[in-house]
Design a protein around this ligand. Sequence first.
Ligand SMILES: [Zn+2]
Ligand SMILES: [Zn+2]
Length: 316
Amino acid sequence: MLEKVIFLGTGAGMPTRERNVASLAVILNDSGDFWLFDCGEGTQHRVASVGLKLSRLKAVFITHLHGDHLFGLPGLLATRGLQGVERKIDLFGPIGLENYLDSCFDYSGTYIPYSYQIHQIEKEKFYTKRLLWKNGSDSVYCASLNHHVDCFGYSIFEENIKRNILTDKLLRLGIKPGPIYRKIKEKKQITLEDGRILKTYGFVKESKNIKKICYCSDTLFSENAIKLSKNADLLIHEATFSSNEKTEAEKSFHSTIEDAIKVARRAKVKRLVLTHISPRYHKSEENYHKWNIFKEEATRQYPGIILAEDFLEIKI
Ligand SMILES: [Zn+2]
Ligand SMILES: [Zn+2]
């Protein structure tokens, strides 16, 4: 069951005292298994700081090959090896990811002792939203975004079927609560202690539990971001700039607050988080004024909006 997300880096371009570069951890279950989305420089420090274990890292999804989303990956994978982790890992990202990692490991003489599978994503196949990977009850969808290099948005869709016992009906048959209830929940047919055969259909009610998270960074306003995040519980969208710096946003293929809100409204998401915030808005003294403008615009335009901060955790 998708548990929560932890923001490991929420700044754009370069790290500052306040925000590290892009990375997001998605915690998959209460054993601490997790995936990473983007892996900017220094991500492994953040992983350690929040108490996540690299042995529990099962997959990494890179949106694009810009350094603020990627430079932390070779080091993190090397550390995972030094820690003696043997579990296989899946790595997803644009074409070029494999060459980049091979070169880093070759030139630095790094040996990775566990197996890793690189799944390179071809833009041509993801012009529109499509299934990228299925892992247990989680499906990851992917679509091309609008940046000045190949860049992909991801959404995780999780569907769990919950089976609830209809206690009243069982009691009417004289079947009292006990270990037998578990069997009824799990099996199609059981034999009761008195020898009666019980077909469990009709005594169990199934309900679907659906969760959906979407991560879009970096991009101009994109229709694909809407498709990916349709009805999501949580949309994490980049907003590098406030809307009065739209020209700069367009020049650098980034979103403004307004762009991110437009996606959230049209996709009817339940919660919107803004991340990948330009260092010009980081709260150091000289920028405090600009941060206030950024924050004021976001909260005025979209009540309930969440402005990501490093180490922020959100339950799903
Ligand atoms: Zn970036
Ligand atoms: Zn970028």
